[in-house]
Design a protein around this ligand. Structure first.
Ligand SMILES: C[S@@+](CC[C@H](N)C(=O)[O-])C[C@H]1O[C@@H](n2cnc3c(N)ncnc32)[C@H](O)[C@@H]1O
Length: 278
């Protein structure tokens, strides 16, 4: 088990995500407007088209969904829009505020309960209940003790047959190689390098990364894996991307699409796991 970040304070993590909630710059429209939220969603699923496929929003109509680390609520809204009854938590008050506003603007407030909470102590914040789906996309690897979040879920919020859908970062990915090259190959500082470069804003206090084996160990014996795969290589030139232009870097521009897809499925940054509680 990687314990590199266990001593980092949760306040440091909270401050980081409050200073710039995830995907907050995905639109130039006025923050909090319908146009803003629509543009955030369009950009997110354009750049990460595997998310709706992984989440299977429609499948959860009429079901109870717990989302851990909802950020500004892009997936949250899609679960609710598809007809799920959603409970969404996040550590960052700024993110929760915006996600709450989003639910209001989209007319979905009655389907979503939001909680500002550290998921490592989930049962202290959320009333005891069982969920059909526990979903967490790109979250638990930013917490000091990701295993504690899994433990909270397993002990309190799932019944036999509940589904767990988890995305954590993949250690043996193209993106990690790119980071190490950027840092002059100092691979012995790998965990710090990954944390430094993992997000849009540099200097994330905590970013763990996993192999297929180590994520299996993380979720432990209370879950049985149905499906595990990697996906997602970010192919765009960053200086253009931040200006909402989508031009690929030269080495991906000339790659045939099937070859690029094969690379994503082998060296993608997102390690996506679907498991059943047993
Ligand atoms: C990369 S963002 C992902 C947000 C969202 N899932 C998405 O895909 O847009 C990571 C989120 O995890 C939240 N987070 C990190 N540690 C957490 C914890 N211990 N409990 C709850 N949320 C946490 C952060 O506040 C942040 O909003």
């Amino acid at each position: 088990m990687n314990t590199h970040f266990t001593d980092v304070s949760i306040q440091k993590v909270r401050d980081y995500w409050n200073a710039r909630p995830c995907n907050i710059r995905h639109s130039t429209a006025e923050v909090g407007t319908e146009k803003y939220f629509m543009q955030v969603e369009a950009r997110k699923y354009f750049v990460e088209p595997h998310i709706p496929l992984f989440a299977e929003f429609e499948k959860w109509r009429g079901k109870k969904v717990l989302e851990i680390g909802c950020g500004i609520g892009t997936d949250t809204i899609n679960f609710a829009r598809a007809g799920a009854e959603v409970t969404a938590v996040d550590l960052s008050a700024e993110s929760i505020n915006l996600a709450t506003k989003r639910a209001e603007v989209m007319g979905l407030s009655d389907r979503i309960d939001f909680f500002e909470a550290n998921a490592e102590h989930l049962a202290d914040f959320i009333p005891a209940q069982k969920f059909d789906l526990v979903y967490s996309f790109g979250v638990i690897h930013h917490s000091p003790n990701p295993g504690k979040i899994v433990e909270q879920v397993r002990a309190n919020f799932v019944h036999t047959d509940s589904t767990l859908k988890l995305m954590v970062y993949y250690r043996y990915s193209w993106k990690v190689l790119w980071m190490v090259l950027r840092e002059q190959g100092r691979f012995w500082r790998l965990d710090d390098i990954i944390a430094k470069h993992s997000e849009a804003r540099t200097g994330c206090p905590i970013t763990y990364s996993y192999s297929k084996k180590s994520v299996e160990t993380l979720i432990g014996s209370g879950f049985e894996i149905d499906n595990i795969f990697v996906d997602h290589i970010f192919p765009y030139q960053i200086p253009k991307y931040v200006k909402y232009e989508y031009e690929k870097v030269w080495y991906f521009r000339h790659l045939p699409e099937p070859v690029f897809r094969a690379l994503e499925r082998r060296f993608g940054w997102h390690l996506c796991l679907t498991a059943k509680a047993v």
